[in-house]
Design a protein around this ligand. Structure first.
Ligand SMILES: NC(=O)c1ccc[n+]([C@@H]2O[C@H](COP(=O)([O-])OP(=O)(O)OC[C@H]3O[C@@H](n4cnc5c(N)ncnc54)[C@H](O)[C@@H]3O)[C@@H](O)[C@H]2O)c1
Ligand SMILES: N[C@H](CO)Cc1c[nH]c[nH+]1
Ligand SMILES: [Zn+2]
Length: 439
């Protein structure tokens, strides 16, 4: 995650890149080979149906058998072989995520009001009917993803939710992923991952009902599949490889900053992590501390590659410049470990989710422990979108009613504008009502 020359020009104040990314690739660059591969897979699945889905599932994920559906018995039994503390942690994450989604739902209000005499307009929030939820589990089983998708869709009132997750090495999904899905309210889960999962949900190849919307995070293949399916189905956000950025001043501890950067870098070798600071001390210490922590990290191969290729450290003279850096990077997760948190909360605007102060950290939200959703925009999508939430499953529909007495106020200007546009049928539709009023 790095600033382009154009970003630096726009920011307009001096910035020193203390650590630069080894690759010039930004997270929003689409790899043409990957785009072509996804397109080819979607076409093959659309024409080949379930057989094509099974073929990719076997080839890419070692799926065994012919039936992608995880049976009700396997879903119910999923918790039996898990340690009690893991079950309790998953129960807590599901519950907290649900509770925050309920709080958000309570603040989305239907209403109707008279906008001019005799004309009443209103809005209603209506849930999407069929949702396909993707639960990523390629490199690591991300257990909390079900809370964020299946659980939150349930709070929105979505009547038909199907979940798909890649099989793990034994050819079946991990029981912990299934348990997390179950405590989130899933009744229908399929052992299929990646592009083939999203295509199967969108084309109705799993339970026979095409999803109206597919949601959930995943790797670059998953994000690209959602992008290509968009329009034919709705999507939540383009939630690709995880990213983190930290804003820190002299009050921050280098070990904490380094740990939080590595925590997201370990997702994959293309996961960017960035620090922007006003502290010269921190700008020097954090890269050293990252190397020190990497030496003892079991996932160092992944996190080290991510840090080398996509990690950056920027030193700026003042906090406004740091804020402008974040306006440009628009990271998925943004931590602030600095004084005057209210100033930062007020000033920052481009992030998927914000973590204020040293006692708040991304990994808590990753696991559902704070309650916010961890399906968040990546690749600078936070410039125009927030993350998945209960609102994402609700269509904000409008309606209007008008009394006979309100006809003139709407029909006369409609006739005027339609005449100007030469849209005569439009004019006639309004004129007819005016005539009825007069006659
Ligand atoms: N942005 C967010 O909100 C968010 C949230 C959680 C996770 N994530 C990200 O989700 C990702 C999870 O990635 P993952 O790979 O571990 O799991 P995944 O479930 O996203 O992807 C696994 C699937 O990728 C497909 N795949 C792998 N290589 C392929 C190839 N060469 N051609 C076609 N398909 C291929 C396989 O079918 C496999 O099932 C991570 O990058 C993580 O950072 C993002
Ligand atoms: N950091 C991911 C969102 O980008 C979510 C997650 C879950 N578990 C671990 N991480
Ligand atoms: Zn994470």
């Amino acid at each position: 995650m790095h600033l382009s020359e154009a970003d630096i020009r726009r920011i307009g104040s001096p910035i020193r890149a203390v650590k630069e990314a080894a690759t010039a690739e930004t997270p929003d660059r689409r790899d043409p080979a990957l785009v072509a591969r996804v397109s080819e897979m979607l076409s093959a699945i659309e024409s080949g149906g379930v057989d094509a889905v099974l073929r990719y599932a076997r080839e890419l994920d070692g799926f065994v058998g012919d039936d992608l559906e995880v049976g009700a018995a396997e879903l119910v039994r999923s918790g039996d072989e898990l340690p009690a503390d893991l079950r309790a942690a998953l129960d807590a994450g599901a519950e907290r995520t649900r509770r925050f989604a309920e709080m958000q739902r309570a603040r989305l209000q239907d209403f109707e009001e008279e906008v001019l005499p005799g004309v009443v307009c209103g809005q209603r929030f209506v849930p999407v009917e069929n949702v396909g939820a993707y639960l990523p589990a390629g490199r690591f089983p991300l257990l909390a993803s079900a809370f964020m998708t299946v659980g939150v869709a349930g709070v929105a009132g979505v009547p038909n939710i199907v979940a798909a997750t890649p099989p793990s090495r034994a050819g079946r999904p991990h029981p912990a992923v299934l348990y997390a899905a179950r405590v989130s309210g899933a009744e229908s889960v399929y052992a299929v991952g990646g592009v083939q999962a999203l295509a199967a949900m969108a084309f109705g190849l799993l339970d026979g009902t095409p999803s109206d919307m597919v949601v959930g995070a995943g790797n670059a293949y998953v994000a690209e599949a959602k992008r290509q399916l968009y329009g034919r189905v709705g999507i939540d956000v383009l939630a690709g490889p995880s990213e983190v950025a930290v804003i820190a001043d002299d009050t921050a501890d280098a070990a904490v900053v380094a740990a939080d950067l590595l925590a997201q870098a370990e997702h994959g070798p293309t996961s960017p992590a960035s620090l922007a600071t006003t502290s010269e001390r921190l700008a020097e210490e954090v890269p050293r501390e990252i190397e020190r922590q990497l030496a003892g990290l079991a996932t160092a191969e992944i996190a080290g590659a991510a840090w080398r290729d996509h990690g950056t450290v920027y030193l700026a003279e003042d906090r406004e410049t740091v804020a402008r850096i974040m306006d440009a990077l628009a990271p998925e997760h943004l931590e602030v470990i600095a004084d005057d948190l209210d100033w930062w909360l007020d000033r920052l605007r481009n992030y998927g989710s914000l973590f204020l102060g040293p006692w708040s950290t991304v990994v808590y939200a990753d696991k559902g422990m704070s309650g916010t959703n961890h399906v968040l925009p990546t690749a600078r999508g936070a410039r125009y979108s927030g993350g998945l939430s209960v609102a994402g499953f609700l269509k904000q529909l409008t309606y209007q009613r008008a009394s006979r007495d309100a006809t003139r106020a709407q029909a006369e200007p409609t006739v005027t504008v339609s005449d100007f546009e030469q849209l005569v049928a439009h004019r006639d539709s309004a004129q007819l009502r005016l005539s009825a009023l007069r006659g």
